[in-house]
Every structure is written in structure tokens, then in C-alpha cells.
Design a protein around this ligand. Structure first.
Ligand code: UD1
Ligand code: UDP
Length: 370
């Protein structure tokens, strides 16, 4: 029996843990694993946190550290202190971290310093832009991990280029000779599993009906620091969207709401702002929209899963396969590029199976059941 301590804290981590934490408690795995689920508190609004636990039936966290807000150093430092204490108290066999947030880095660092092996889900992703806090977090988490659980072959190749190779069959992995495996993408598992749950809801509970949407629309999400914290970029994106002629639905991330207010920027009339939505509503919106405009990592892929053209408002993406397959256009914050991408023809052809077959959660647990 392995005791896993899973550390989550931000919205995309709830979606990923929903898959793995559910499996840990399933009949197939509950004799092999037990879990202490730790919420750092990084995201804390009802519609950024609690709604995911409730709708996705994620087990209640055993502990919530309540560390949200503040600067990178302050947030990560307070998380480290709380996590170190918890790891010492609960003595897990391994610590599981997801993605690239400050909660990921704090979890990996606290465990590694206490010589508790770290498993990193979404290892090996790179944007090759170290100005992004996420790039710093993911590189550091990878360096400290014993299990590098990659979502794509590109991620395995990125690690190989950095000299991080799989330790080979039979050998027990360590942080110095880690296990590197392409297990597929847990977000694909989540999208498959929860889309049928979303579809089972009565029609009056579904997102489109509740929001009174009865015409074509584009779905927009925007929260990356490089966009939200830069007045020029934010203004340039809003102005391009304003002249796009599209009807755009914008579940607004609290960070971006704060920055729009701070900069005194207004959202154009064709962009309808709503509160952030739960995952089931998000799946409804992704399924029903004409296209997606985003700077989110997860939403770029979900657009691909649903066969919706995506315009990515960033300088680079770590999900390069979506671009290579023609479904995603990375356009920076450049108005002409945004408008041209929005009027490009819908990609034709099939979507290759780039993110596994919906069994990433199972494959992660099989790797950890050493
Ligand atoms: C974080 C992650 C980012 C991820 C995103 C997912 C880091 C460095 N960044 O960015 O990689 O893509 O989560 O959404 O870890 N806030 C609220 N209520 C909340 C959460 C946040 O009001 O429930 C506000 C606070 O003012 C906070 C600000 O948003 O200071 C930013 O939150 P923070 O967690 O620092 O970063 P995100 O932008 O959410
Ligand atoms: N998401 C959601 N409601 C929203 C916006 C996003 O449920 O209002 C989901 C989205 O479907 C995806 C995840 O949150 O599964 C992505 O999180 P986010 O964009 O915050 O972070 P990133 O993936 O960029 O790190």
C-alpha cells in the first residue's frame, strides 16, 4: 500500500486531480494506494475552487492551507512552510504534483528537501520562455522529480534534450535517475469522463439555456500574467476582439477582472463578461461554441478535444501538437494577427490522437505502483 500526498491549489489542478484522486479510491486501486489530499488554497473563490470539488465529486481535501494571494515569493514561501510541516506529520511515501503553478513548485521542493520522492504529472512541457512563472515552476519541478509523467511525446523529447532520460526497465527510479514515461494527458481523460456527466444534466441546468445563449458565439478565457498584467497587451487584445464582428462569451478570471479595473479598461460591447464557470458548464460551452480564443494551457487542448478552432493569445505554446495539426493558431497580442486568425477557415481533416486514449489516470497509477 502506497501513501500518496497529492498537492493541488489552482483551478487546472482540480480538473487533473479529479481523474487521479477518483481512481485512487476506485475498486481497482484502493488496495494499492491511500491518499492525503492537500489544497494549498491558491485559488479560493467559490467558482474557482469549491464548484469543482462539488460538481466533479473530487474528495474533500484533508487539509486546506489557506495560502492564496500575495507575491510569488510570499505565496510559495508560505506554502513551503505549511507543506513541510504536513509531510513531516503525515509521512507520505511519495508526493504527487500537477502542472506548473506555484503550488506545484512548493510541493515538489518541500518533498524533495525531505527526501520524499516526487511524481510530476505534466512533466516535460516547455514554452522556452523563462519569463513565464509557469516555465520556471515546471523546469524546477521536473528537476526534483523521481517520476516524470509526460502527457505527450514532445514532452519526453524536451526532457531528453535537457539530458533527462528514462532510467530503463527494472531499475528503481530516483531523482537522479528518474522514470520518464509518456502516460497521455489526464485532461483528455477528464474531458471524456465529465462530458457525459455534463450531458446528463436536465436541459434547464445546462450552460447555454441558463445563460440565454441562442446564437453562434466564441468562447474567450484570458488570465496569463503576460497578458493580464500588461496594460498595452490587454488593451490591444480587447481592441482586436472589439472589431472582430464576433459575439464573444468571456468567463472572467479574477486576476484579469482585477487588472481591467486597475488599468481602467472596458470590455467592448460584443464581449459578454460572465463569472468563471464550473467545469461541466465549461464543457458545454466548449462543445457549443464556434471557436475558442484563449491564453489558457488547458483550454487550448480542450478546444482540440472538441474539434473547435483555437486562437491562442500568447507568444508561444507548450502544446505544440495542436498548432502542428492546424487546429490552433498562436497569435501573440497582435491585433492584425488575431483578426486574421479569427477569420481563417475552419481546419479540415481529422484530429490525431495526440494526448493518449483517455487512460492517463490508470497509466499514472500503474507507474507509481512500483
Ligand atoms: C495561477 C497559475 C497559472 C494558472 C492559473 C490557472 C501560478 C504562478 N500561476 O495563475 O499558471 O494558469 O493559476 O487559473 O501559479 N484570485 C482571486 N480569487 C481566486 C484566485 C485568485 O481573487 O480564487 C486573484 C487574487 O487577486 C490573486 C490573483 O487572482 O492575487 C492571481 O492569482 P494567482 O493564484 O497568484 O495566479 P493566477 O493568475 O490565478
Ligand atoms: N475552466 C473552467 N471554467 C472557467 C475557465 C476554465 O472550468 O471559467 C477550466 C478549463 O475547462 C480547464 C481548466 O479550467 O479545464 C483550465 O484552467 P486555467 O485556464 O485556469 O489554467 P491553465 O490551464 O492555463 O493553467
Amino acid at each position: 500500500m502506497h501513501h500518496i500526498m497529492s498537492i493541488i491549489g489552482a483551478r487546472p489542478q482540480f480538473v487533473k486531480a479529479a481523474v487521479v484522486s477518483r481512481l485512487i479510491r476506485s475498486e481497482a486501486w484502493r488496495d494499492r494506494f491511500s491518499e492525503t489530499l492537500v489544497h494549498t488554497g491558491q485559488h479560493y473563490d467559490e467558482n474557482m475552487s469549491a464548484v469543482f470539488f462539488r460538481e466533479m465529486r473530487i474528495p474533500e481535501p484533508d487539509i486546506n492551507l489557506g495560502v492564496g494571494g500575495g507575491s510569488h515569493g510570499s505565496m510559495t514561501g508560505r506554502m513551503l512552510e505549511g507543506l513541510e510541516r504536513l509531510i513531516l506529520e503525515r509521512k507520505p511515501d511519495l508526493v504527487l504534483v500537477y502542472g506548473d503553478t506555484n503550488s506545484t513548485l512548493a510541493g515538489a521542493l518541500a518533498a524533495s528537501k525531505l527526501l520524499v520522492p516526487v511524481a510530476h504529472v505534466e512533466a516535460g512541457l516547455r514554452s522556452f520562455n523563462k519569463r513565464m512563472p509557469e516555465e520556471q515552476n515546471r523546469i524546477l519541478a521536473d528537476r526534483l522529480s523521481t517520476w516524470l509523467l509526460c502527457p505527450t511525446e514532445t514532452a519526453v523529447r524536451n526532457l531528453s534534450r535537457e539530458g533527462v532520460e528514462d532510467t530503463g526497465p527494472g531499475a528503481a527510479p530516483t531523482a537522479d535517475s528518474p522514470r520518464v514515461a509518456n502516460v497521455g494527458d489526464v485532461m483528455y481523460d477528464a474531458s471524456l469522463f465529465y462530458r457525459s456527466i455534463a450531458a446528463e444534466r436536465p436541459a434547464e441546468d445546462r450552460a447555454l439555456r441558463r445563460l440565454g445563449i441562442d446564437g453562434p458565439f466564441h468562447l474567450l478565457t484570458l488570465h496569463r500574467a503576460e497578458n493580464s498584467d500588461d496594460r498595452g497587451r490587454l488593451a490591444s487584445i480587447l481592441s482586436a476582439l472589439g472589431s472582430s464582428g464576433k459575439s464573444i462569451l468571456f468567463p472572467l478570471h479574477p486576476r484579469t477582472r482585477k487588472m481591467l479595473e486597475a488599468f481602467g479598461l472596458t470590455v467592448p460591447g460584443n464581449v459578454r463578461v460572465i463569472e468563471p464557470v464550473g467545469f461541466l458548464d465549461m464543457l458545454d460551452l466548449e462543445r457549443e461554441c464556434e471557436g475558442v480564443i484563449t491564453d489558457s494551457g488547458g483550454v487550448q487542448k480542450e478546444a482540440f478535444f472538441f474539434g473547435k478552432p483555437c486562437v491562442t493569445l500568447r507568444d508561444q505554446t507548450e502544446w505544440t501538437e495542436t498548432v502542428e495539426s492546424g487546429w490552433n493558431r498562436v497569435v501573440r497580442a497582435e491585433p492584425r494577427a488575431i483578426l486574421s486568425a479569427l477569420s481563417a477557415p475552419i481546419p479540415s481533416g481529422s484530429r490525431p490522437e495526440l494526448y493518449g486514449s483517455g487512460d492517463a489516470g490508470e497509466r499514472i497509477l500503474a507507474e507509481l505502483d512500483h
